[in-house]
Design a protein around this ligand. Structure first.
Ligand code: ATP
Ligand code: ZN
Length: 291
């Protein structure tokens, strides 16, 4: 039973240590939330937002959130799908990106997933793998192991593995090749289904901050000088939030143009701007973006 005080704050579960810990703490900091984190503590309070952080193993986070021991959690989507608990994914967090992939020994010929028919697959993700096999109509034996999955083919334990990959170097070092991506993952914010109204409002405030941080990361502020007779063409290349800011330069016939560029189109547009006559292009990171 929650006491009154607990009803007016959000209890957030994050990974205690591991690949998601530092980015989770960084995101909170970027959201302006200061955590007074003692070393080896199980939980810590924020000093300037009604949030309490629990430090847990990532595998346990969906269960804690389903049970309402924590109200929300930051955890890999891979873990959310594998654990299959009653929690809602509320927001993608933009870090912890990886993929769950099938890999086989480098000398195998793998043309498609039917290679796996009647084979033995070692994995820590039996639920996601069996869903994948089911949708393909493939029968295979899943051998669940909790760690060092990549050594299984080399010691004759399995014909294939399904494991998390980011660069692929671990697979390579173990004589394996990635042959099929079955799940793309990143860290997500999950929530319990029964948050009270105050907690819902706190969550909306937190999500608003997270979205501002994410947008800022995906965008760059750009300043450039343009001859006035090229302004229309240059402005036409810039998407910006509304329209770009155009300011006259001290030098007659020139203007300074300021705008915001999305990272995805970034190089493409920079090249076109240069070709259109833009000079002195400056690109500056954005800390927060409120729109
Ligand atoms: P814990 O001690 O909390 O159980 P763990 O060893 O299970 O930690 P980590 O290896 O720290 O987990 O990975 C945590 C999460 O980080 C993964 O579930 C996944 O969402 C994400 N991740 C991102 N890149 C990778 C990668 N290359 N390999 C493994 N996990 C990755
Ligand atoms: Zn884990």
């Amino acid at each position: 039973m929650k006491n009154n005080n607990e009803n007016y704050k959000l209890r957030l579960a994050i990974q205690k240590s591991g690949r998601l810990h530092d980015d989770s703490m960084r995101l909170l900091k970027e959201c302006g939330i200061d955590i007074s984190n003692g070393v080896n503590k199980l939980k810590a309070d924020a000093t300037n937002f009604p949030i309490e952080v629990f430090f847990l193993r990532d595998d346990d986070i969906p269960q804690y959130v389903e049970d309402g021991v924590a109200d929300i959690g930051f955890v890999g989507e891979n873990v959310v799908f594998e654990k299959n608990k009653k929690v809602e994914i509320e927001e993608k967090l933009g870090f912890g990106k990886c993929r769950l992939s099938m890999a086989v020994q480098r000398n195998e010929v793998y043309e498609n997933a039917y290679f796996l028919q009647n084979k033995k697959i070692a994995t820590s993700y039996p639920v996601i793998v069996s869903n994948f096999l089911k949708t393909k109509g493939i029968e295979a034996e899943i051998h669940e192991i909790s760690g060092s999955v990549e050594i299984a083919p080399g010691i004759g334990l399995a014909d294939a593995i399904c494991d998390l990959v980011s660069s692929g170097s671990t697979l390579f070092m173990n004589g394996l090749k990635e042959v099929e991506v079955i799940f793309e993952s990143q860290a997500v914010l999950i929530k319990n289904n029964l948050l009270n109204e105050v907690q819902q409002q706190l969550l909306q405030r937190l999500i608003f901050r997270i979205q501002s941080v994410k947008k800022a990361k995906n965008n760059k502020y750009i300043l450039l000088n343009a001859p006035n007779n090229k302004l229309d063409e240059i402005i036409g290349l810039l998407p910006g939030m509304k329209s770009p800011t155009v300011l006259p330069l001290a030098t007659e016939g020139w203007s300074s143009v300021h705008s915001v560029l999305n990272e995805n189109d970034f190089w493409n547009i920079i090249e076109q701007l240069k070709a259109a006559g833009a000079e002195g292009i400056l690109v500056v990171p954005i800390e927060k973006m409120i729109i």
